[in-house]
Design a protein around this ligand. Sequence first.
Ligand code: GUN
Length: 301
Amino acid sequence: MAECVLIDGKARAEALRSSVAEQVARLKAEHGVQPGLAVVLVGDDAASQVYVRSKGEQSLAIGMHSVTHRLAADTTQDALIALVENLNQDPAIHGVLVQLPLPPHLDAGAVLARLNPDKDVDGLTVASAGRLASGLEALTPCTPLGCLILLREALGGLSGLNALVLGRSVLVGRPVAALLLAENCTVTIAHSRSRNLPALCGSADILVAAVGRPEMVRSSWIKPGAAVIDVGINRVPFRDPEQAALGRTRLVGDVAFKEARGVAGWLTPVPGGVGPMTVACLLQNTLTAARRQAGLDRDGQ
Ligand code: GUN
């Protein structure tokens, strides 16, 4: 069997960032529009702080206007909604992202309901999800868009392939399934209550794992030659007990990488696979939103 191709998400993200940077420069020069992104972080979740810093830095690095609002963990729902509504009205801001998860006293759904869908560069409002599910033009959630770009590049056309999406989250599983359906895949969504996961996965030409369970997908679940996209980012203790006792951790995906490599045709590593695509796609979405708000196109994606 042909050797497994490791999909280099870092390189693909770099290429996408360069392309978006060029388009940002052109948009400024030709139309005087500088895409603007506002990221809102509430509280001090450690992983969220890393992601938010990266979003701010990368948007600035490609020439966007970028603002990060860091709010205290005890921010009220009303104060957060007031900020979102201010950003809705701000003509320098074309995209707004409220980093999730929010502290438990805040209702993410109620906050997102107040966000102007035209500025929903995360694709998380009900309006965006409904448009995507209806096959209409929509701002698409960033991680799913990253998965699709990697799959298109690896496989070329996806039409007619069997796709199995493991996980049904609003952030990843559901939108990935909608995107693959729009590519004419035959899509199955499996989840924690699905029966006989190994057999379901075993008939998939495309397997997208987005369950947040470390190394759950074993090589015996994978159809030989399948394209496997691992969305999981799980922090687990080091295998070496001495290192683990020191509290050292490592990142693993939802797929048992070493074994999967012996069976899959294409595979994304963790880290360095889907992860880097997420912020690159956020930049792409912010550019798309800015172009649409400037009346320049309705079909930027
Ligand atoms: N938290 C983890 N991933 C994401 C994402 O893509 N968007 C938002 N808003 N929060 C997240």
